[in-house]
Ligand binder design. Structure first.
Ligand SMILES: [Cu+2]
Length: 219
């Protein structure tokens, strides 16, 4: 009975992920077609065959990112495992001490657990600041109000000054550019880039939207 339920949950998540991949593939292809396929690459990509090659490479990269993210975080459906073996030890609170992050009427994110070894928030020279689909800086869980947490999303985060010091354009994963949150935000962080990936719970606002209207924070 328990196993059946687990299997059903996994099957639902995998189907959602596959649907997300397909939607993403279509989006990536659309974007490439509409902007002429240009991210300012230096190679000679002229002609129809070059365009087709870029589209499939971009789409393949997005789906590979999704698969890597899903494989890496599947064990973390258990928050206990994520804390003890994944390093996601720091429960995030905003400046008002709120941990379940919501923004009505857009929706909510849920409760974030940060891996302090992946996110350099204090100019720590020992942390290699980068973005990697298989290493989200944060895991996002939806609380049910009676002590259970369900893994719903991954969040990738890097401070703007860290990223911009070495890169001419914003970070991207899954073929999606990160969003910029300016300083003076509710977390008291300097300006940061972030990207949410709702790979473990369907988000009607989009797989990479910041808020999910189907996630609720207990009152
Ligand atoms: Cu978040």
């Amino acid at each position: 009975m328990k196993n059946n339920r687990r299997f059903a949950a996994c099957a639902a998540a995998c189907m959602a992920m596959l649907a997300g991949s397909l939607a993403l593939a279509a989006t990536a292809a659309d974007a490439q077609t509409s902007n002429g396929g240009g991210n300012g690459g230096t190679g000679n990509m002229g002609g129809m065959s070059g365009m087709a090659g870029m589209q499939s490479a971009s789409t393949r990269g997005s789906i590979l990112d999704l698969l890597r993210a899903a494989f890496a975080t599947a064990p973390f459906h258990s928050l206990d495992v994520a804390k003890r073996f994944g390093g996601y030890t720091a429960e995030v609170a905003d400046l008002n001490g709120i941990t379940c992050i919501a923004q009505p009427p857009d929706g909510a994110m849920g409760v974030h657990f940060l891996n302090p070894g992946l996110a350099d928030l204090n100019d720590d020279p020992t942390i290699n600041d980068t973005v990697d689909a298989s290493k989200p800086e944060l895991l996002v869980y939806e609380p049910d109000g009676v002590g259970h947490f369900r893994l719903v999303a991954l969040e990738y985060l890097i401070l703007q000054k860290e990223w911009d010091a070495n890169h001419p354009s914003p970070p991207s994963l899954f073929g999606q550019d990160f969003m910029l949150t300016p300083g003076g935000n509710r977390f008291g962080l300097p300006a940061f880039y972030s990207l949410h990936a709702w790979i473990w719970k369907f988000n009607p606002s989009g797989t990479f939207a910041m808020w999910n209207p189907q996630v609720h924070c207990p009152a």
